[in-house]
Design a protein around this ligand. Structure first.
Ligand code: DHB
Length: 503
């Protein structure tokens, strides 16, 4: 890539030309040039270190926004990069760009602002935000907004249905490339981050780089003409592979009738959850068996492998290599906790001898964590889930997205989202389609007690990214529920190692 060294002279020149083009003002790309004279100065403090940053907020990422408050970017850049200085070993030319999306529950998300600290778990201290840590380590932070499932225009049409959110994130990446020679930060080192639905979008961004399927939508919005592939993906508990996540859920929670239902339309990792105990009835138990068989058949078509080359297959009874591989991931998680001094003696599904975790009983694990969602977990028969609402269209609020749930639908006149839309929202299908440019580095975390989706979902995602040649770091951190942005030192150590690895 042809990049000029960043300096102040260049900045001044660009500010002038941006003003000039605003006067000329017709080409869509002109609207996508930031006014670099308009910023506020903020101080970020992390671990006693204070970083002064320039905050450029509410930058429009497309020329013809449908929802301007969401199709925008907040950009935070260490002041040092405007003065020829360096932070954490990076400078204006080399600094990676951290791209955290704030999406939860497939709801609309405005561009994230720079909060220094996030509230910790109940009773525990606040922690620095991921963006604050990124800046302290010398990353540029670009926080994009994205449309979501509940947005509606004044005429009543829906404006944030699938695939709006991923299109908006791609537009933000294109905006960064479009402005690469005017702004500090290295656009060859964009590292996306998100949690849950946001984790799914982060993975999807890394899985679908430059895929032509999004081109028409991006064009209509007046996105910059630039590539939208990204360097690396950080995904916490990605709620992805929605076309098969229902079957994966039944596979994991085989035979469990009791579930702790949540008000599903409200699901979002940031919202406090109210649980109500429910029971699957006889019909649902029979359907569950059918779905488990469907999952086995699906897994066996994928041809994916574990890092050691073992084929990730399943036997008709649901056991087999994929299950063993997930059990091994749980075992490493437990081993790490044990080595850090945790007492695991009351964990019934582990066999521990001395300082070694010997084995994991996966069925006992699934019983112990317990199923959380009703059946099906994602494509509700009465269109009751957030995902049903995600897959609406401009005129229809809620649709099914699997043929199975359409067949069993209890809603008169319910319809099915088309396969193209479902695929364009799915990191897994994008990884299996060779026409995208895939991120070279992936870090996936799914807490060991997170029941929002089956552990098979992140595991297959990791295997598919690996199959596309990516270096993938997958772990199931011990005792973590459905949550994200934890172990930030480890996250940014990984990001920096990835950058070094490809320098
Ligand atoms: C989220 C959680 C879910 O269980 C789900 O189905 C979709 C999104 C979330 O926390 O973002």
């Amino acid at each position: 890539m042809n990049r000029r060294d960043f300096n102040l002279t260049l900045l001044t020149g660009v500010a002038a030309s941006a003003a000039g083009s605003a006067l000329a003002g017709s080409a869509p790309d002109d609207a996508l040039r930031p006014d670099l004279t308009r910023y506020i100065t903020q101080d970020v403090s992390v671990g006693g270190k204070i970083i002064r940053v320039r905050a450029f907020e509410g930058l429009p990422t497309v020329a013809k926004a449908v929802e301007p408050a969401y199709q925008a970017l907040n950009l935070y850049i260490p002041e040092a990069y405007f003065q020829g200085g360096s932070v954490g070993g990076f400078n204006a030319r080399t600094a990676p760009i951290f791209l955290p999306n704030g999406v939860g529950g497939y709801m609309p998300a405005k561009p994230g602002t720079l909060v220094n600290r996030m509230p910790g778990p109940p009773g525990q201290a606040d922690t620095p935000s991921a963006s604050a840590v990124a800046l302290a380590r010398g990353f540029v932070v670009a926080s994009p907004g994205a449309r979501g499932r509940t947005l509606q225009a004044v005429d009543g049409s829906w404006t944030g249905k699938a695939p709006a959110a991923i299109v908006d994130l791609k537009a933000a990446v294109r905006w960064l490339r479009h402005n690469a020679d005017r702004l500090p930060g290295n656009v060859d080192r964009i590292i996306s981050n998100g949690t849950s639905a946001g984790g799914a979008l982060s993975a999807l961004l890394g899985a679908s780089g430059n895929h032509p399927d999004y081109e028409a939508d991006l064009r209509v919005l007046g996105a910059a003409s630039a590539s939208d592939d990204i360097f690396a993906v950080s995904a916490f508990c990605p709620i992805t592979n929605l076309a098969h996540a229902d079957d994966a859920y039944e596979w994991q929670f085989e035979g469990q009738r009791e579930f702790r239902n949540i008000a599903i339309s409200m699901l979002d990792f940031r919202v406090q959850r109210k649980e109500v105990i429910g029971q699957l009835n006889e019909d649902q138990v029979a359907l569950s068996a059918e779905m488990r068989r469907a999952f086995v058949a699906y897994v066996n078509t994928l041809g994916l492998k574990a890092p050691d080359g073992t084929p990730l297959t399943l036997e008709p009874n649901g056991r087999g290599h994929l299950r063993d591989h997930i059990a091994a991931l749980l075992q490493s998680s437990a081993q790490q906790a044990l080595s850090e001094g945790r007492n695991l003696s009351d964990v019934a599904w582990l066999r521990v001898q001395g300082d070694r975790v010997q084995s994991v009983d996966f069925s006992a694990y699934a019983r112990a964590v317990g199923r959380m969602k009703a059946q099906p977990a994602f494509d509700g028969f009465s269109l009751e889930t957030g995902e049903n609402q995600l897959f609406g269209d401009a005129r229809i609020d809620k649709r099914h997205f699997t043929a199975f749930s359409l067949r069993h639908s209890t809603v008169t006149g319910a319809t099915l989202a088309d396969a193209f839309t479902v695929k364009s929202m799915d990191a897994m299908q994008q990884l299996l389609d060779a026409s995208s440019k895939v991120s070279s580095h992936w870090r996936i975390r799914h807490g060991s007690v997170d029941r929002d989706t089956s552990l098979a979902v992140p595991t297959l995602l990791a295997a598919a990214a690996r199959q596309r040649g990516a270096a993938v770091d997958l772990a199931l951190p011990w005792g973590r529920p459905h949550s994200g942005d934890y172990e930030l030192d480890s996250l940014f150590n990984w990001a920096e190692a990835a950058v070094r690895d490809s320098a």
